[in-house]
Structure formats: structure tokens, C-alpha cells
Design a protein around this ligand. Structure first.
Ligand SMILES: *Cc1c(COP(=O)(O)O)cnc(C)c1O
Length: 417
């Protein structure tokens, strides 16, 4: 009976591509700052029969029968998140970080209202008002930038912009800003201009959960996050807010922006949050930061220029223009990919090339830290990256680096023993 057959019999090509993807993850160094590897427990939760269940509504208040067990799962996800972040109210249903932001905008703004956010080319996110995204199409968006000299956000400038623009919402948070946001200062600017503060912690959800990064709770009206980046809870999003906004947020998620929640993903979130409550996870988050500092130190010593001169978190932005003016971000990404080091090209402040070419690369440590990389291994990885950038045409060096990458991957596997 087809219903009983495993994937490799029903859809062999899908099965094979999935197996290849597992091998690719095992045999390469994943340094894309937004990616990570979830535990066996999270994989188990996400691949469960919960995918079969419709549960529109919220625990104890659903539109469908038979929700007693998914109610338990969702309530645990909410309770764990409250404990991790100290939030009043939590919604774990957003299918993604973008969907979480959408729900906050729907709850707090009217179409045409004004949003002030960090520009995409300076580290912001599409869902913060870019014109190819609904957020840029529905709202009137103005964007702040980082100081091209220092690579830091200039908060006096931001305040001045806010006073002039008179936004309805100020968004903090980024995909490629290597420094912590000053949430308290942005909260004050938002208060002074009578606007909401949305803190999008997508990249740093796990760092905040582990208390190794400052928290925007109490400095922002709304906090949105991803559950698959520095926290290893599977793909998805979450929203946190004060009790006063709870009903507005919940109805903006469902029925406002989504239909039935993906209960298997909600279970993944609950499992990942439970893991994040352990001491082991705190040690993991500390190691993520220590590894990023190690990368930064080697890069600086070897003459690579870093936006803002370093990092406070899990990612670095390498500006190649000074050290390697002839290598674009796109070429660097491809050279490194050829030897099994996976990073992404990224625009840098004051970028002169197109977003498809760029002059920088973004390098992150969450995934390598998950597979057990510590300072020693990170030093080796940093040296390998520098060697490749310095010898773009040397096949002998590329072969040697490829083999070192393979050795590192075998020494520290992700899933296999
Ligand atoms: C990754 C990210 C998101 C969420 O992205 P999804 O792919 O929609 O989950 C939102 N905001 C920022 C700043 C991000 O970096």
C-alpha cells in the first residue's frame, strides 16, 4: 500500500535530494549567519503527526474539535518562551519571521502609516519596508543607515530623523549589523515621537534567550523573532508583547495574516525552547560569541577589514574593498564554496556594487558551534578563509584547503556518531 511506503520508494528523487542535502551539510562548513542545525528532538517533533491537525484559534479556544493534545503542545511552547524571555504575552504561531512582522504591522498600524527602519543595504530586512515586500507597499517607509565611517548606527542622527519624519513605528533589528542595538535608546526615541517600537530579534533570538545579548523586552512594544537562527527550534517565527496588546496581536496572526497554525512546527518550537532552557544551551550561546570573536581576531590580524571593526554577536561583515579590491562578494562566496566553506555575499555600508555582486561577505558561527567547533577550530577556519581570498588562482592551495575542510567535518559531525 502506497500509504505505508517510505519516501525513497514513493518519490525516489525527493528522497535522494534530501539525503544529498544531509551529506552537503555534514561535509561542508556552514557559515551562513542565519542558518543552524536543529537537534534530533526538534526533527522528530517537526516530522510528526501534528502536521495532520487543524487548530485555528488558540489553546482552549479553537474552531475545530480534537485539539486537546495540540493545545498542550502550543501552551508548552508559549510557557517555555515566557520563561526564556520574560515576556508577558507570547504567540508561537507565525509561520516565519516575516509573518510575525506582518502581524505586528497589522495589529498596530493602518495602511499608509509611517515606519522608520534600518535600510536593507545597511543590514536591515526585506520585511522592514523594502519596496519588493508588502511592508514597503502598504506603508510609508523611511530608513536610517549606519555611519559609513564607523559602521555603527548614529543614534543622534536616528533621533533627528524620527523628529522630522514623525513615524508611527520605529523598527530596530537587522540581518547583517554586527553590533547590538541600543534598545533602550530607541525605545526613548519612540516614546518621544509617540510611535511604537518593534524590536525584530530574528538573528539574536537564541543569544537573548541565553542572556548573552541585551534584551529589548521592556524597551519595545513588540518583539518579533525567528526560531531557526541562533535558537535551534526549527523554521518559524514568534511574537512577544505586553498584555495590553495580546488580543490585537493574536487576532492579527489568526485570522488576520494566517490560517491554521503549523502544529508540527509549533511542536518544534516547544522542543527547541525546552533545549534553550538548559545550561548546555547557555554554554552554546557563549561559545557562539567566543567563536565569532576568534574569527574577528584572526581576520583583523591578517589584514581583512570588518564593518564596525568587529562584532558583538554571532556574525561578522567582511568589507573586501581595501584588502581585496579585485574580489567581489560574489566571487568570494564562490571561491569559498568551491572548497566547502559556505558563506553569503553581502552589501557593505557605502556599497558601490549591486546587491547581486556586492563588496562583502557575511560570516556566522551558530551552525559550526552546534557541531562542536571551539576557538582552535575557528582559528583554523579563519586562516583557511584568508588563504583562499589571498590565493584565488592557486589550485594547490585550494586542494589543500578542501582536504582540511573535509577533515574538520569528519572530526565534528552534525548528526552521525
Ligand atoms: C531572518 C530575518 C527575519 C525572518 O525571516 P523569515 O525568512 O521570514 O523567517 C526577519 N527579520 C530579520 C531582521 C531577519 O534577519
Amino acid at each position: 500500500m502506497a500509504f505505508q511506503q517510505p519516501l525513497d520508494q514513493i518519490a525516489p528523487s525527493v528522497s535522494e535530494a534530501t539525503e544529498r542535502e544531509r551529506e552537503r551539510q555534514e561535509s561542508t562548513l556552514g557559515m551562513i549567519a542565519s542558518e543552524n542545525h536543529v537537534s534530533e528532538a526538534v526533527l522528530e517533533a517537526q516530522g510528526s503527526v501534528l502536521t495532520n491537525k487543524y487548530a485555528e484559534g488558540y489553546p482552549g479556544n479553537r474552531y475545530y474539535g480534537g485539539c486537546q493534545h495540540v493545545d498542550t503542545v502550543e501552551q508548552l511552547g508559549i510557557d517555555y518562551a515566557k520563561e526564556l524571555f520574560g515576556a508577558d504575552h507570547v504567540n508561537v504561531q507565525p509561520h516565519s519571521g516575516t509573518q510575525a512582522n506582518m502581524a505586528v504591522y497589522f495589529a498596530a498600524l493602518e495602511p499608509g502609516d509611517k515606519i522608520l527602519s534600518l535600510s536593507l543595504s545597511h543590514g536591515g530586512h526585506l520585511s522592514h519596508g523594502h519596496n519588493v515586500n508588502f511592508s514597503g507597499q502598504l506603508y510609508d517607509v523611511e530608513q536610517y543607515e549606519v555611519d559609513p565611517e564607523t559602521g555603527y548606527i548614529d543614534y543622534d542622527d536616528l533621533e533627528e530623523m524620527a523628529n522630522e519624519f514623525d513615524p508611527d513605528m520605529i523598527v530596530s533589528g537587522s540581518s547583517a549589523y554586527p553590533r547590538e542595538f541600543r534598545y533602550e535608546r530607541i525605545g526613548e526615541i519612540a516614546d518621544d515621537t509617540d510611535s511604537y517600537h518593534l524590536a525584530d530579534i530574528a538573528h539574536v533570538t537564541g543569544l537573548i534567550a541565553a542572556d548573552v545579548h541585551s534584551s529589548p523586552i521592556n524597551h519595545a512594544d513588540f518583539v518579533t523573532g525567528s526560531t531557526h537562527k541562533t535558537i535551534r527550534a526549527g523554521r518559524g517565527g514568534l511574537i512577544m508583547c505586553d498584555q495590553q496588546y495580546a488580543d490585537d496581536i493574536d487576532s492579527a496572526v489568526f485570522p488576520g495574516a494566517q490560517g491554521g497554525p503549523l502544529m508540527h512546527n509549533v511542536a518544534g518550537k516547544a522542543a527547541g525552547f525546552a533545549e534553550a532552557l538548559t545550561d548546555e544551551f547557555e554554554a552554546y550561546a557563549e561559545q557562539v560569541l567566543a567563536n565569532a570573536k576568534t574569527l574577528a581576531n584572526v581576520f583583523e590580524t591578517r589584514g581583512l577589514s570588518l564593518v564596525s571593526g568587529g562584532t558583538d554577536k554571532h556574525l561578522l561583515l567582511v568589507d573586501l574593498r581595501e584588502s581585496h579590491p579585485d574580489i567581489t562578494g560574489k566571487q568570494a562566496e564562490s571561491l569559498l564554496s568551491d572548497v566547502g566553506i559556505i558563506v553569503n555575499k553581502n552589501t557593505v555600508p557605502g556599497e558601490t556594487r549591486s546587491p547581486m555582486v556586492t563588496s562583502g561577505i557575511r560570516v556566522g558561527t551558530p551552525a559550526l558551534t552546534t557541531r562542536g567547533f571551539k576557538e582552535d577550530e575557528m582559528e583554523t577556519v579563519a586562516e583557511l578563509i584568508v588563504e583562499i581570498l589571498e590565493n584565488p588562482d592557486n589550485q594547490t592551495i585550494q586542494d589543500r584547503v578542501t582536504s582540511t575542510v573535509e577533515d574538520l567535518c569528519e572530526e565534528l559531525p552534525i548528526y552521525s556518531e
